[in-house]
Design a binder for this molecule. Sequence first.
Ligand code: NCD
Length: 330
Amino acid sequence: MTNSKTGKFTPQTEFEPIKDFYGQDILSARQFNQGNLAVLFKKAKEMERVVEERKSDGPLKGYILAALFYEPSTRTRLSFEAAALRSGGGYISESSVQFSSAIKGERLEDTVRTVECYADLIALRQPEAGRAKIAADFAKKPLINAGDGDHEHPTQGLLDVFTIQKECGKIDGLTVTMLGDLKYGRTVHSLARLLSLYSVKLNLISPSFLRMPKELVSELQGKGMEINEFTSLEEVKEDYEVLYVTRVQKERINQREMPAIAAHLQDFDKLYALPPEFPGQSHAIIMHPFPRVNEIPMIIDQFPKAAYFRQVQNGLYIRMALLSLILKGN
Ligand code: NCD
């Protein structure tokens, strides 16, 4: 099959690891391997300097990003927009279904084909799992999945791995503990897939009704990942270097499941929120994709191991790096 965006021949298999970022869609963490992550992370470090030096002639001079966000977002949309601006490019943005032609019944396929007449790259967030891939198949310009329902959020996973590497100085040999809603939280799905490229041990802690999907756990185990599942943080006896906390994605729990789950959700804060004295007992860095609700008390923010705002900052560098690699080449 010939890639309509680069004119290059690419095999038809669904998610091949990216060899050259130029013209690529970013749809899933499955497109990455250690090699292309190293390229991305090196570029992200260059981007830190572009931001520090406030370069007006950044790599994206003359380019425009379109941010189409049909689900709530603060960080991801603003960080894509800031990434375009900080790289010397511009952006156009739509952040509400209410004011978009979608409300009149326009298909997403038509929207992306319209928007690419104005912009060079599309970042798309929408609520349906797998729909980013369909939209990308219709678009001639590159498209980045900025979150498709409960499926994936690859750029969040990328900035998470970049953060882990910066904070811990390595990825191989680490144990990462994920806590919270591992069923509907798309960030943990993408992050777990990326971590499976390394020799990383995974602890998964969630209530039984919010466990990581079985198929994903099998996919990760199939790659040789050691995974242990628990229902509370106290059950984890061995040391871990990273604690990744998530909120309950209440908006994704369907009507049918809700009555059964609602009663348990009241216990969630008790069982899955970190106690204020937590950092005192832990050597692990603490991460969170945000937004946080009650999972991490604000007092924990002052501890050096609380990495979540540095994680946000790294998101800017990673998205700048991606935009630059996709639009200008490696
Ligand atoms: C997450 C998302 O939207 O998937 N946030 C983010 O993009 N940083 C997590 C969440 O909504 O809980």
